[in-house]
Design a protein around this ligand. Sequence first.
Ligand SMILES: [Zn+2]
Ligand SMILES: [Zn+2]
Ligand SMILES: [Zn+2]
Length: 183
Amino acid sequence: MQEALMPELETRCGNSECGAVVEQPWERRRKEYCSKPCTRRARELREQERCKDLVSKECRGCGEEKPIGEYRYPWTPHCKACMKERRRKQYEQQGGKDYVYAQLLASRYGMTMADYRERVAVQGGRCAICGDEPESGRLHVDHNHTTGAVRELLCRPCNHALGNAQDDPARLRAMIAYLERHS
Ligand SMILES: [Zn+2]
Ligand SMILES: [Zn+2]
Ligand SMILES: [Zn+2]
């Protein structure tokens, strides 16, 4: 009787390919596997066994009955075509080929690629200062360096000009006066 109440101190990993010793912590739920990979592998083996006679099944995405070869694994709920489509959509949501720029927009301005594209559309693809349409490259997001607030989209030269003038209207006016004096 006393024996039966003693908790087991160690067992063997439930993954039949492993069989390592699993130490059993006191007062906690019994640990079945030695590691996360073993937990995963054991599940995979269980699923393999369960699906071994499966010839075809219905895809949870498109709802079509498809041969099992059209699934990455027999137990994958979505067919390969649906998985591909899901990956494509996810890729698009993250900015597609603009992925790197989308990351920068998000971290620097808290903007999504959709926000950016909307602003480009609103400005007709043109710089908010000179009205030029950049031939190559994209419009830059101009922001107030003190408050961080996004202003408008500018072409590269205009954006740099503002930066070089340190966003100072007095300096910019003096520059205009200077240019006109020497023209
Ligand atoms: Zn194991
Ligand atoms: Zn499907
Ligand atoms: Zn410009």
